[in-house]
Structures are given as structure tokens and as C-alpha cells.
Design a protein around this ligand. Structure first.
Ligand code: NAD
Length: 282
């Protein structure tokens, strides 16, 4: 069997096009354009690349974006002050502080200071709590991108066995909660899970969010499973996921490639969140 390749680039392009239409109607109705503000502290090259991609994406859908690049020696109080100022600025719809921040700054304190109504990364305790309680709120972008891919592929989650590997605040936990909300039977695996492959082999829907290159091989895939590989790992062979793509493709019904699977969805969902935040603030 050869799995269907889930084309994240194409799905993301569809999402971006819907956002572009939404931005145009928002402007027509409200006489202003949604605004995303990004913040980087220090000069982490990967952060620069990610944030540039986010600004380019905003431009493509007709959204405004501004950037604050702060020096590496910025104090926690200085960053808190900026985040609070942006929260009070009526012109700002979305605030994104790119992580990691330098050691002198506690990222949890910064995230908690972001106005939940502008928390387009969905990481504040308020939005994470809303998600935990099944209440509407801004949901972090990679997990909602995973759900959008499953929706687009027409995967029936009702009663399905879903296994999520990884329990980070950013990906694993919110994905598991969203799958539960879609009535899947959800198992969360992590670094201390015993018999990982055997647990994974139960999955109709397997979501890998670990950060270990090709951790999951053929022995972890149930025949006919849908495999979503969130992992992005730099290796000598280039970027690879947490799943052995070649081996899994022989067994799964559908699988995301790395790159070109979940990655493009993350930025697309950031645009969705920024437009939603702007609409909710009208
Ligand atoms: P993280 O390091 O915060 O969490 C990793 C999780 O994997 C932890 O919960 C840990 O318990 C679990 N884990 C580690 N080793 C394991 C093992 N051997 N067996 C089972 N579980 C194990 O990472 P994260 O932020 O959740 O990111 C996970 C991966 O997803 C990374 O490769 C990251 O680059 C990628 N990522 C991709 C996107 C995207 O847009 N595609 C976005 C965010 C993260």
C-alpha cells in the first residue's frame, strides 16, 4: 500500500485565501486593517526566519504587521512593559512574542502578560484554560493546523483511536485536547511511555510531536492509519520528521510529508487567529 500524501502547502494556501477574503470584508465593514505585532528579543537566526515568514504571510493576505526587535540584554520588565503597551493599543489585534527569549526573561511571565484577546499564539493561561474547558478562545496555531488538515482530509474522528506522541504546552497537550473535543479516544504518549510502538500501533490517527528524527518506524503504524508528523528535525539528510516517512508510507492510508505537511499550516492558522482576534474586538 502506498499512502496518500497530505499536501499541507495546498491546504494552507486554501486557508490563506479564505483569510484574504475575510480581511477584505473586515476592512470594508470596519474601515481598518487587522494588525499583527511580533516581538523578538536577541538575534536568534531561526526566530528571525520564522518571524520574517509570518510578516510575508500577513502581507500576502492584506494584513498589516509590525515588528519590534529588542536587544539581547532587554530585561524582563522592559519586555513586560512592551507587551502591556501593545495590549492597551487599540490598533493592535494580535501580539506574538517569538520564543525562545534570553535566559534573564521568564517566558511564562511574558506570555501571561499578553492580553488574551490578542494572544494569537493561544499560549496564555487564559486561552489554554479555555481550551482545557472546551470553551471558545484562541487556540495555538500548530495544533489547530493539525485539526484543519484532518478536517480537510475528511478524517472521521468520532470514536477513532487517536494517539499523540509529545505532551508539550505548545503542541502535544492542545492537540490531544482538540482531538478529545472532536470525540476521538485519545492517548497521550511521552518520553516515559512504555512500549511506545505498541501504543502507536493502536492509532487510527497518529500525531507525532516529539523532535526525534524518525523515532516512529513501520512497527508503530497501524495499517490504514492517518499519520500527521509535526516534528521538524535537521539532519545530515536535510529536514525530516519524527516518523520514518518511507516506511510509514507503505502502511498508512495518508501521511504528511516533512517539510510541506504541518509546517505551512502553522503560519496559515496564525493569520486565521489574527483575523478572528480583530473580529472579536469590534
Ligand atoms: P518539546 O520538546 O517541547 O516536547 C517534546 C515532547 O516529546 C515532550 O512532551 C516529550 O515528553 C516527548 N518525547 C521526547 N522524547 C520522546 C521519546 N523518545 N518518546 C516519546 N516521547 C518523547 O517539543 P514541541 O515544541 O512540542 O515540538 C515537537 C516537534 O514539533 C519538534 O520537532 C518541533 O520542531 C516541531 N514543531 C513543529 C511545528 C510546525 O509548525 N510544524 C511547530 C511546533 C513544533
Amino acid at each position: 500500500m502506498s499512502a496518500r500524501i497530505i499536501d499541507g502547502k495546498a491546504v494552507a494556501a486554501g486557508v490563506r485565501s479564505r483569510v484574504a477574503d475575510g480581511v477584505a470584508s473586515f476592512e470594508a465593514e470596519n474601515g481598518r486593517t487587522p494588525l499583527l505585532v511580533t516581538v523578538i528579543v536577541g538575534d536568534d537566526p531561526a526566530s528571525e526566519v520564522y518571524v520574517k515568514g509570518k510578516h510575508r504571510a500577513c502581507e500576502e493576505v492584506g494584513m498589516r504587521s509590525l515588528h519590534h526587535g529588542l536587544p539581547a540584554k532587554t530585561t524582563e520588565n522592559e519586555l513586560l512593559e512592551l507587551v502591556r503597551t501593545l495590549g492597551e493599543d487599540a490598533d493592535v489585534d494580535g501580539i506574538l512574542v517569538q520564543l525562545p527569549v534570553p535566559d534573564q526573561i521568564d517566558p511564562d511571565r511574558i506570555i501571561a502578560a499578553i492580553d488574551p484577546a490578542k494572544d494569537v499564539d493561544g499560549l496564555t493561561p487564559v486561552n489554554a484554560g479555555r481550551l482545557a474547558q472546551g470553551m471558545p478562545g484562541l487556540v495555538s496555531c500548530t495544533p489547530s493546523g493539525v485539526m484543519e488538515l484532518l478536517r480537510h482530509e475528511g478524517v472521521d474522528l468520532e470514536g477513532a483511536e487517536a494517539v499523540v506522541i509529545g505532551r508539550s504546552k505548545l503542541v502535544g497537550i492542545p492537540v490531544a485536547r482538540l482531538l478529545l473535543g472532536a470525540n476521538a479516544t485519545v492517548t497521550s504518549c511521552h518520553s516515559r511511555t512504555r512500549e511506545l510502538a505498541a501504543v502507536c500501533r493502536r492509532a487510527d490517527v497518529l500525531i507525532a510531536a516529539v523532535g526525534v528524527p524518525r523515532l516512529l518506524g513501520a512497527e508503530a503504524i497501524k495499517p490504514g492509519a492517518v499519520v500527521i508528523d509535526v516534528g521538524i528535525n535537521r539532519t545530515d539528510d536535510g529536514l525530516v520528521g519524527d516518523v520514518d516517512f518511507e516506511a510509514a508510507s507503505e502502511i498508512a492510508a495518508a501521511i504528511t510529508p516533512v517539510p510541506g505537511g504541518v509546517g505551512p499550516m502553522t503560519i496559515a492558522m496564525l493569520l486565521v487567529n489574527t483575523l478572528a482576534a480583530a473580529r472579536a474586538r469590534v
